[in-house]
Design a protein around this ligand. Sequence first.
Ligand code: CAA
Length: 382
Amino acid sequence: MNFALTDEQQMVKDMVTKFAEAEIKPIAAELDHTHRHPEEICRKLGAMGIMGVSTPVEYGGAGMDTVTYVHCMIAISKACASTGVIVSVNNSLYGYPLNTYGTHEQKLQFLAPVAGGKAEGCYGLTEASAGSDAAALKCRAELKGDKYIVNGTKTFITNGNVASYCVLAATTDPSKGYKGVINLVVDLKNTKGFSVGKIEEKMGILASGTSELVFEDAEVPVANLLGKEGQGFKQMLSSLDAGRIGIGSQACGIGKAALEDALNYAKERVQFGKPIATFQAIQFKLADMATELDAAELLLLRAAWLEDNHLDFEKESAMAKMYASDVAMQAAIEGVQIFGGYGYCKEYPAERHMRDAKICQIYEGTNEIQRVVIARKLLEMR
Ligand code: CAA
């Protein structure tokens, strides 16, 4: 593994960092306050290829790699965690299964608009009674002629209220367990029987919409099936392996924002006649935050490098997501502590980082599930 970026990787990283600092960070507090989907930012990132960083140019993406994706995600999430998760879902949970398992025609029709930044995608997996136990999903897809008739409700779907397209996990036969799961690409804007359900009120990532997707006798052409029947669950788990690199990077970006803000504040805030940065109690917090976030970034880059080199990265992406989100949460808590009373108030972004960091320990597999994934690999149970 070579830590030096290629000229092209460096160029994309610099371009996205500059854009995030100039155009996303200044509106992050407003987005958090109004819960507004950052439409204009999404279109601009799309035009830069960042809604499909590793998607081939032919299908609207930037044709780069996962290492570049990690750097982009960290820079964007450092500026605004809500924008970070929107980018992650378009790239990973929607883009990855289409890019990996879709046909040329499916990619042209459904991947290109999202990777090219013209529309949002989402991934419909979770249900009220199928969270960590993803194989317990009940959303039904019955084949009738050349269409699947879909019935069921998906919950907690990131981008659900704004997405034009969805990769939907459903079962053709619940008695088959995970072997009955299929993935269908659904054109949400042109499918009768589909509607957006309840929009969640959340603790953080407030500019990222989270909603139910409701399917009532919705007709989806059989041509929209990804791969073959029987392959859906494994497609889904491998997409989550890839997605966890995106969420780990989101967490790392949030943690870096917490560190940067705390560092600047500690240099300015004077108590007992000196900036609080001169006190060892504060210095130790900053040192721990910086060390842990650097370690998280290295874990993320290792997972990305393995993916780019077509090596197994299941354990490594789980490790990176788990560790990055745990240390980001810790950094955000310490960030609030360094700001003291001001950290608890909305005048500063420290409290937003804390609210935003928490979800990274929960979605795309709770950190308890990440430990299950890691332990199963260590014990050669899979
Ligand atoms: N890749 C490919 N195949 C895999 C795999 C992987 N990573 N992991 C397991 N498999 C295979 C197994 O080998 C097995 O196949 P065989 O029988 O042929 O050997 C099959 O899949 C079933 O495996 P398991 O019996 O191990 O499956 P399980 O039901 O025990 O589940 C789990 C395993 C790891 C717990 C999985 O259910 C899981 O990851 N759960 C968490 C779900 C999750 O992450 N949800 C997030 C929702 S999306 C989201 O949060 C998005 C957002 O908002 C941003």
